[in-house]
Design a protein around this ligand. Structure first.
Ligand SMILES: [Zn+2]
Length: 188
C-alpha cells in the first residue's frame, strides 16, 4: 500500500480546523496540521506492513507441545467508528507444534493490527489468526481488554467501562481443559 500523502492530509486538517471554528494560522496551531498528518501516518502504518516482514523468520525450534503465554502486551489503536483511541492490554497463548515466535515478534504482530482503524473484536481475531498461521500452532487464544475514548469522552461517558474480547482457535476452541488452562495462566 502506498505511503499517505502527508501534505494532502495536512491541508485537509487545516480545513477541518477552520470548520471547527479555529484559526489555523494562530501561533499554537501553525504546525498542527503537519503534526497531525505525521501522527496519523504513524498510527495507521499497520496498513503498510505485512506479516512475513514483521515476523522476519524469527521462529525458533522448541521441543514439546507446551503452552506459551505472553501477557500484558500494550495495545494502542484507533476505533474505526470515531477515529478515537482505544487502548489496553493483550494476552496471547498458543501451543506450539515445534515452532515458537520470539516475544518481541508477538508484540510486533499486535502492533501491526493495532496501527490501523480497528474494532476490538476484529483485531482480536486477526491477531489470533496471524499467530496461528505463523506458528502452525495446535491452538491459539487471544484476550484483549481495552478502554475506548469514544465511550469515555463522549456519548455514554462510561469512564470506567472496559471491553473484553477473546478469540480462540484450534485446541483452545475444541478442548475445554486447554482453554481453562489458558484463562487461568493469564489470570482470568
Ligand atoms: Zn468508537
Amino acid at each position: 500500500m502506498k505511503q499517505p500523502n502527508e501534505k494532502k492530509i495536512a491541508a485537509l486538517v487545516s480545513k477541518l480546523l477552520e470548520e471547527l471554528g479555529e484559526d489555523p494560522s494562530r501561533e499554537g496551531l501553525r504546525r498542527t496540521p503537519e503534526r497531525v498528518a505525521k501522527s496519523l501516518a504513524f498510527l495507521t502504518r499497520g496498513y503498510r506492513q505485512n506479516l512475513k516482514a514483521v515476523v522476519n523468520g524469527a521462529k525458533f525450534g522448541s521441543g514439546t507441545n507446551h503452552m506459551v503465554i505472553l501477557k500484558d502486551i500494550e495495545v494502542y489503536s484507533l476505533c474505526e467508528h470515531h477515529m478515537l483511541p482505544f487502548f489496553g492490554k493483550c494476552a496471547i497463548g498458543y501451543i506450539s507444534t515445534g515452532k515458537v515466535l520470539g516475544v518481541s515478534k508477538l508484540a510486533r504482530i499486535v502492533d501491526m493490527f493495532a496501527r490501523r482503524l480497528q474494532i476490538q473484536e476484529r483485531m482480536t481475531e486477526e491477531i489470533a489468526e496471524a499467530v496461528m498461521s505463523e506458528t502452525n500452532a495446535e491452538g491459539v487464544g487471544v484476550v484483549i481488554e481495552a478502554r475506548h475514548l469514544c465511550m469515555m469522552m463522549r456519548g455514554v461517558e462510561k469512564q470506567n467501562s472496559e471491553m473484553t474480547t477473546s478469540a480462540v482457535l484450534g485446541s483452545f476452541r475444541t478442548d475445554e481443559k486447554v482453554r481453562q488452562e489458558f484463562l487461568s495462566l493469564i489470570g482470568r
